[in-house]
Design a protein around this ligand. Structure first.
Ligand SMILES: Cc1cc2nc3c(=O)[nH]c(=O)nc-3n(C[C@H](O)[C@H](O)[C@H](O)COP(=O)(O)OP(=O)(O)OC[C@H]3O[C@@H](n4cnc5c(N)ncnc54)[C@H](O)[C@@H]3O)c2cc1C
Length: 378
């Protein structure tokens, strides 16, 4: 690529203004780096807009990943204070319960594991559960859990706040501009420039935080970042009066194998989000029928939703590294390219933003990030 008059130079260019790229951009610009953040659409229009956005570390394995997630959870309050804008951060915990003996056994095992790792999940009785959430119609309860440290946030508000604060620190935000190619180079050389459909940018460092498109954009730079395809569906309702303000995250039992557990949370704007299965469940049905079904199942537990309208939401694709764990750090064969790809990016946005800024600007490798290096994929 030849230099042109309109080529603009930055210390760091970030591809992707989802919650991960926005957090990295904020943390870098806060440290004084000259940053550009580019997105092919509107900020947050990728996986971040589909996210259930439950902040948690409970059932994450192994211990090092649990600890990494827990540390990030604990960083959310600090990030919220620094951003000093409404981001919908709400603590209060998660409750779940089971209606079968097998489900109860599974839940007890999970709680035991969480406790052994120092996570304060605990078994509670049905009356305790009812007292925590009097609005719920519980039905049969064979075991119940309360995890007081879990919370939620609104990814779109986080992204907006990160980008606004980044801009105040001098960052350039470029939206609706798709990264198409990089400068040509020999393998092992640094990348120095990229072209979008409207801009040419040069940089000292490039961060690829493009969610599911990270694989494609990394391949253009000769970097192997394998992903699995992980579609998920979380429907919404129209706005409702406050329903879940004390315990924001609810996991309620399924009916059978075809109708697994459902999860419910109320967003900052009053809409409810309802999904089924766990955080990695593969779901592709984004029809009105499915939205109707999910809402009907939620009404069984939350009767005050009976007049709510079910609003289908198109399938969202989780950025999902092949082995399920984050991919973070500089690529061996493109030494100034930093990869930031992860599932659970809402929980992990604070730690990834801070860690990437330290690793890029201070030329150090953070020990807790070591299990997640790109070179584990050859
Ligand atoms: C259904 C569902 C439920 C989830 N639930 C949870 C949860 O409860 N808790 C949790 O922690 N996580 C959850 N996640 C995961 C979490 O939402 C994601 O890990 C996180 O949003 C990823 O953010 P990101 O910034 O990496 O990716 P994205 O939000 O996808 O952002 C990537 C951005 O890159 C841009 N881009 C792509 N290609 C280009 C290009 N060529 N040029 C310029 N820009 C480009 C895209 O437009 C996009 O805006 C869920 C995800 C889904 C889909």
């Amino acid at each position: 690529m030849t230099q042109s008059k309109d080529m603009k130079n930055f210390d760091v260019v970030i591809i992707g203004a989802g919650i991960v790229g926005a957090s990295i951009g904020y943390h870098l610009s806060e440290r004084g780096a000259k940053v550009a953040i580019i997105d092919s659409g509107d900020p947050g229009s990728g996986a971040s807009s589909h996210s259930f956005a439950w902040i948690n570390a409970g059932f994450k394995h192994p211990y090092s990943y649990h600890e990494f997630s827990r540390k990030s959870m604990n960083m959310w309050d600090h990030l919220a204070r620094k951003l000093d804008m409404e981001i919908g951060l709400l603590w209060g915990g998660k409750i779940s319960w089971e209606s079968t003996d097998e489900g109860a056994e599974r839940l007890k095992q999970k709680i035991l594991q969480a406790k052994q790792w120092g996570y304060p999940s605990r078994l509670i009785t049905k009356p305790e559960l009812q007292e925590l959430a009097p609005q719920l119609s519980l039905g049969s309860v064979t075991a119940a859990e309360f995890t007081p440290v879990d919370g939620q946030v609104e990814p779109q508000l986080v992204i907006k706040a990160c980008l606004k604060r980044a801009e105040e620190h001098g960052a350039t935000i470029i939206t609706n501009s798709k990264v198409l190619k990089y400068n040509e180079r020999e393998d092992g050389d640094k990348l120095t420039a990229l072209t979008t459909d409207s801009h040419k940018l040069s940089f000292d460092y490039l961060v690829i935080a493009a969610g599911v498109d990270t694989t494609k954009l990394a391949a253009l730079a000769g970097i192997n970042i394998p992903q699995q395809t992980s579609p998920g569906v979380v429907i919404r309702t129209n706005h409702q009066p406050p329903l879940l303000s004390s315990i924001p995250i609810i996991y309620a039992p399924g009916l059978d194998a075809d109708h697994p557990e459902i999860h419910i949370r109320q967003c900052h704007n009053g809409t409810l989000m309802i999904g089924e299965g766990d955080q990695e469940s593969i779901k592709e049905d984004d029809t009105q029928d499915h939205a109707d079904d999910l809402l009907n199942r939620a009404i069984q537990y939350l009767p005050s939703l009976r007049n709510a309208l079910p609003l289908p939401v198109p399938v969202g694709f989780r950025p999902m590294p092949l082995d399920g764990y984050p991919i973070l750090g500089f690529a061996k064969n493109a030494p100034n390219v930093y990869i930031a790809l992860t599932h659970s990016g809402v929980t992990l946005a604070p730690i990834i933003g801070e860690a990437a800024a330290i690793e890029i600007l201070d030329n150090v490798k953070i020990e807790s990030v070591a299990p997640y290096r790109p070179e584990r994929f050859r």
